[in-house]
Structures are given as C-alpha cells and as structure tokens.
Design a protein around this ligand. Structure first.
Ligand SMILES: [Zn+2]
Length: 148
C-alpha cells in the first residue's frame, strides 16, 4: 500500500513520485494520469512552429548573402589584380616619358615630385621607352617646331 508518510519522513516529497505510487496501486488513477498527461502536452508536431519558418527564411537569406560575398570577393580580387597590372604599366610609361610615376605632376603634395612631375621632368628611361614605344627618339624642340 502506498504510504505518503514514508515519503514525507524521508524528506523526498516528489508529487510525481506520489502520483506514480498511486497509479501503481489503482489502474483508474493510472488511466486518469495518462489522460491528464495527454491533455497537458499537446502535440507540437501538429501545428508548424512560426519560428521554423523564420529560421528557414533567415537561413536562405544567409546562404544568399554568403553567395554574394563569395562573388564580391572574387570581383574585388580581380579588380585588385587588374589595378596592380595597370599601375605597373602606368609606372613604366611614366619612366619612358620621364614623368613622375606617382602622380604625373598632378599632386602638389606628391612626395616624389611635389607637383612638378609632368612628362619630361627627368630624362626618359631609354629601356622603358624602347619597350613601350620603340627605339625612336622623342622629337627635339627643333624637329617639333618644323614638323619634321
Ligand atoms: Zn609626383
């Protein structure tokens, strides 16, 4: 027989344990407990949780953002590489024309020329000039004036 006093004396009064003890003794109590448990815990599988939709939506958006990020990173890398190639070519052209490779004379605060680095600032580099333009010498002032 179930004796609540035993539980109380032991100092372990657990209502669930007491109910289980009653259910073990009386099948009607067991039936009633089953009924109560089924009413207390309605199945969550029947109705979809709104949070699941939100999580799915956020997950899709995260995937799309990651895809865009990968694409943008690739484009940025291509732009960086193209810029490096263009800057190298521009620097060689500046050397071939005797201009400042940093600013071409456009920047008064340029550490290389202080804004005086236009074409002809320094003697053109013959090797760079030959590589970019050919071996032809630049026209002298006399030739330029006569047009020959
Ligand atoms: Zn400069």
């Amino acid at each position: 027989m179930f004796d609540p006093a035993v539980f109380a004396q032991a100092g372990t009064v657990d209502p669930a344990q007491i109910m289980q003890g009653l259910a073990d003794e009386d099948p009607r109590v067991a039936m009633m407990m089953k009924l109560m448990q089924s009413q207390q815990a309605p199945s969550t599988e029947d109705k979809p949780d709104e949070r699941d939709d939100l999580i799915a939506d956020l997950s899709e958006r995260l995937d799309a953002a990651e895809t865009r990020l990968v694409k943008m990173t690739r484009v940025a890398r291509q732009l960086h590489d193209a810029n490096a190639v263009a800057m190298g070519r521009l620097g060689r052209l500046a050397a071939a024309l005797g201009a400042c490779g940093l600013c071409w004379g456009d920047d008064d605060l340029c550490p290389g020329c202080r804004g005086r680095g236009g074409v002809g600032m320094v003697r053109p580099d013959p090797v760079a000039r030959a590589a970019l333009i050919g071996r032809r010498e630049p026209p002298t002032r006399q030739h330029a004036a006569t047009g020959h």
